[in-house]
Design a protein around this ligand. Sequence first.
Ligand code: PRP
Length: 225
Amino acid sequence: MAAKPKENFIKIEDDDGGYNLDMFCIPRHYEDAIENVIIPHGLIQDRTERLARDIVKDNGDGHMVVLCVLKGGYKFCADLLDFIKALNRNSETSLQLRVDFIRVKSYENASVENDQSTGEITVLGGDNLSSVEGKKILIVEDIVDTGRTMSKLLKLVHSYKPASVKVVSLLVKRTERSSGYRPDYIGFEVPDKFLVGYALDYNEFFRDLNHVCVINEAGKKKFAI
Ligand code: PRP
């Protein structure tokens, strides 16, 4: 029997009930809005440290342009860069980084002819992508859900002729809506639940929460717009 390929992420099973809120420090304003803590902040940090090491191992002694996808990616990107910086300070090889930011929004434009979504991706702000030409790029994202945002962003970035493009995402959701896209580096594979915290939002709330948590029905109502 062929050996099962080694998974390069931490898998959180569908029936994982997470941790009871009372075991952690949760801001008062979110206490009644969360079902459970699914990935505690400490575990996010430990996994991010290893992702940093893998990235440096694969790309060390060179230059990379880090493209942080806002808003959700800002926490993960900042922590990942801190770990890469620590590795750079303490080793003979070093990966020189430049950091650019991009804010993207996916619009579903119905075409008049066939009523099909064209799914254009619009860059709302950040640095001018023409600076990626000829460079090694690392796109940093918080979560890949259907994979559509990343597929479109990759197409856009490739049109500016970078030397290479790698993607690291803290989370990848297991969902039947997935396009099948998988990032090069994955922190955790998570169940198809609405996750918030560590910069993942629900109507712009919960970015100020340390842990990745599952929102509950009361939370959806409380923070509805
Ligand atoms: C989230 C996330 C990804 C995208 C993933 O962004 O940060 O960019 O959705 O979804 P997909 O794989 O189904 O395309 P969001 O639009 O919520 O914006 P935000 O990062 O500003 O919160």
